[in-house]
Design a protein around this ligand. Structure first.
Ligand SMILES: C[S@@+](CC[C@H](N)C(=O)[O-])C[C@H]1O[C@@H](n2cnc3c(N)ncnc32)[C@H](O)[C@@H]1O
Length: 488
């Protein structure tokens, strides 16, 4: 994250007349430090092989039998360091005698881990520096350990607020850049949020803050099997505010995959926003396709999920259509993700097709309701995918919007006259949301419904007709949902 400093030149190294602030605390931690080692190795996997921290770390913790406080510490340090990477890198670079591009990758992982502890945790500075340097010495040798020690000591000379003050773009001339830096987001993402929010700075600040916080885990109770009240009682969670099937668990409440209702397929892990978007598809009124049918709706028993993997929404939709004796067809292009759909929907009336949604054998008008939960940048779920914000690039948007438009157009061909299509993305980026829907609606004969009607009880839905959810307003991922009906 270079280019965040106020001037064109690199900021001069801070020269502190006073001794560092945080020099107290426990003595050096033991070299045996499974939590930090797991964090360091996960950060390395993320950097070297584009791994996902939230898949690598839980597996590593299980394999190494790291539990309790150590597991909590490893999780906090890994996800926190991955999330704050751009901010940490700017500080590290300001404290280093060489550009980041010349720093050994493994040393950089360790520096991020150390800087995160210094700037964003209550771990005493001495312990943060010493434990990181010990790891580096053991793994990379004394030479690099000396470099890491020197940089981290400089990082420790001031707190996060002071570093932000020194390194962030000027709030008067670049308010979005300043907020992006402060809340550890790439500038282009903060810009995309600002455009979706209508450029109100206070909203952007709240959106970025919420995006930077550790999210609660949400569960969905399987309709017809268990109620949200029962699921909340079993798991110790709270009934969700908007989804009738939702339950919120406390942030950091352990691995939800270990919960009995999840193991027994009575519940899945699913963000409440995803639940609401799937439910919106089921709530939109159909029109009859026959000439005399008026608005009695006609058939409503064949639903399609055109981009189903890994299957969260498919499971909810299938449970609901199954109650009325209908079925869900789930299409997924990636075979391994289609397998996840099969697992997640076992016992439900679902047929899974491994196919490209643009090239299926289905005849035109074969379905009553179609969900297009299109591949997207995922900018709406950054809080759940720690490293994603630094991996995504602005160029990804153009490739994705082309596919999104094609999938939505195909969904409108596959739905019957009078049937409905929900277009959903986990992103607030206007190109992926309003841009796609507006473009397709201009080329296709379609009725754009006011999607807000299908989110009953949910506040702050703006002027419509589409719905954009936000972490800071709704406690959900930033899901977007448009509902379109094919004219009869
Ligand atoms: C946003 S995810 C869907 C999430 C899913 N609906 C859920 O709730 O679990 C998009 C999925 O579309 C799949 N996909 C991408 N291109 C596709 C295509 N052309 N046809 C069908 N599926 C596709 C991706 O592999 C990915 O699994």
């Amino acid at each position: 994250m270079t280019g965040h400093s106020r001037g064109a030149s690199k900021p001069s190294r801070p020269q502190r007349p006073h001794p560092p602030r945080r020099r107290t605390g426990p003595t050096r931690p033991p070299v045996e430090d499974p939590a930090r080692l797991a964090a360091l190795e996960t950060l390395r996997a993320v950097r070297q092989r584009d791994a996902y921290a939230n898949l690598v770390l839980p597996q590593m913790l299980r394999d190494r039998r790291i539990t309790g406080r150590d597991a909590a510490l490893a999780t906090e340090l890994t996800y926190g360091s991955a999330r704050a990477q751009g901010l940490l890198d700017a500080v590290i670079e300001a404290c280093s005698d060489r550009p980041l591009s010349e720093v050994d990758g493994s040393a950089l992982d360790a520096l991020r881990l150390g800087a995160y502890q210094l700037l964003r945790t209550r771990i005493p500075a001495h312990a943060a520096v010493a434990s990181t340097v010990d790891l580096v010495r053991a793994e990379l040798g004394s030479g690099i350990a000396g470099f890491v020690n020197a940089v981290l000591r400089r990082v420790a000379e001031q707190d996060e607020a002071a570093w932000v003050d020194e390194l962030a773009p000027d709030p008067d001339t670049d308010p979005i850049g300043n907020l992006a830096f402060t809340h550890a987001h790439p500038r282009w993402i903060a810009q995309a949020f600002a455009e979706a929010l209508g450029s109100r700075e206070e909203s952007l600040k709240r959106a970025l803050e919420a995006d930077d916080a550790r999210p609660a885990v949400h569960l969905v109770a399987r309709p017809g099997e268990v109620s949200a009240d029962e699921l909340a009682a079993i798991t110790g969670g709270d009934v969700a505010p908007y989804s009738p099937y939702g339950v919120h668990l406390e942030a950091g409440a352990g691995d939800p995959g270990d919960l009995e209702p999840v193991r027994e397929h009575l519940a899945n892990v699913q963000d409440e926003g995803s639940q609401l978007c799937a439910l919106a598809l089921t709530r939109a009124p159909l029109l009859s396709g026959d000439e005399e049918g008026g608005d009695n709706g006609g058939t409503d028993d064949r639903w399609l999920d055109l981009c189903a993997g890994p299957g969260g929404k498919a499971a909810l939709l299938a449970a609901l259509v199954g109650i009325e004796g209908g079925e869900l067809i789930a299409v997924e292009k990636a075979p391994h993700r289609a397998e996840l759909v099969r697992k997640l929907t076992s016992g439900l009336p679902v047929t899974v097709h491994v196919a490209d949604g643009l090239e299926t054998d289905f005849v035109e008008g074969a379905f009553d309701r179609v969900l297009v939960d299109a591949p997207c940048t995922g900018l709406g779920a950054l809080r759940r995918r720690p490293e994603a914000r630094w991996r995504r690039q602005p160029a990804d948007v153009g490739t994705l919007t082309k596919l999104q438009r094609e999938l939505l157009t195909e969904a409108l061909r596959l739905v019957r006259p009078g049937g409905v299509v929900a277009y959903v993305v986990c992103s607030p980026h206007l190109s992926e949301t309003v841009g796609v829907v507006t473009d397709v609606a201009r080329r296709t004969e379609v009725e754009v419904l006011d999607a807000r009607e299908f989110f009953p009880g949910v506040p702050d839905l703006g002027e419509g007709p589409h719905v954009q959810l936000w972490p800071h307003l709704h406690g959900t991922d930033a899901m977007f949902c448009a509902v379109l009906r094919r004219p009869v």
